[in-house]
Design a protein around this ligand. Structure first.
Ligand code: PGA
Length: 250
């Protein structure tokens, strides 16, 4: 009998209006029974945060954002601050997603500043790390993960580290339908866990992301260092997300 709890995070990316988000989350909340064994979080578009928070009220579902600017405030046209997200009801924020790193040029240094700012503003950072296919083929997984973690952790106190969530998302597995096998994911998670332990923070939850589907959940969650999943595509349809949420019954 497996007792381990899963942290299941839906990353909606640039999908769903406020109205769509509200009806989806109400439907999920209605079908998640009281005392659900897992934690359920939704990273929604900025404009859907407030509606999603209202829809989730009375349930244990948590709502968060997918990005933010690192400055407290200022002349940054089109950007959004941590305080704005917090006020809208976000409790966490995804930072350093590979789409942000790759498509929007976010550097490790910038992501570090975002992690700091999120923590200072009362948001829990969900830091994403992961290697590209070239880095994997060159045997550089360990160096890449350690570099990304080390950079994000610089200057954080133990109390701040305690509030992090980390997602290992191999870049080649995101949105490609090509998932890492549970043992590949476990190997990367083992590297991250060992690194966290050096800071006395081995308890920080480590999630796997990259083409997660319901049928992989049992095997993924059976791995020692996998504490949950970050789900993109399969979190957009109610049916496939509910299957992931109900992974114990599959
Ligand atoms: P995917 O996305 O499940 O569609 O691969 C995961 C993510 O980008 O967080």
């Amino acid at each position: 009998m497996m007792k381990k709890q899963a942290i299941i995070v839906a990353n909606w990316k640039m999908h769903k209006t406020a109205a769509e988000a509200a009806s989806f989350i109400k439907a999920v909340a209605a079908s998640v029974q009281d005392g659900a064994p897992d934690s359920l979080l939704f990273a929604v578009p900025f404009t859907a945060i407030q509606a999603a928070v209202d829809a989730a009220s009375g349930s244990s579902i948590k709502i968060g954002a997918q990005n933010m600017h690192e400055a407290e405030q200022g002349a940054y046209t089109g950007e959004i601050s941590a305080a704005m997200l917090h006020e809208a009801g976000a409790s966490f924020v995804i930072l350093g997603h590979s789409e942000r790193r790759r498509l929007f040029g976010e550097s490790d240094v910038r992501i570090r500043a975002k992690v700091k700012r999120a923590l200072a503003s009362g948001l829990r950072p969900l830091l994403c790390i992961g290697e590209t296919l070239e880095e994997r083929e060159a045997g550089e997984i360990e160096q890449v993960l350690e570099r990304q973690l080390e950079s994000a952790f610089e200057g954080l106190s133990y109390l701040e580290l305690e509030r992090l969530l980390i997602a290992y998302e191999p870049v080649w597995a995101i949105g490609t339908g090509l998932s890492a096998t549970p043992s590949m994911a476990q190997e990367a998670h083992r590297i991250c866990r060992a690194f966290l332990e050096k800071f006395g923070a081995g308890f920080v939850p480590l999630l796997y992301g990259g083409s997660v589907k319901a049928e992989m959940m049992r095997e993924l969650m059976a791995e020692k260092d996998i504490d949950g999943v970050l789900v993109g595509n399969a979190a957009l349809q109610l049916g496939s997300l509910l299957q992931i949420i109900n992974w114990r019954n599959l």
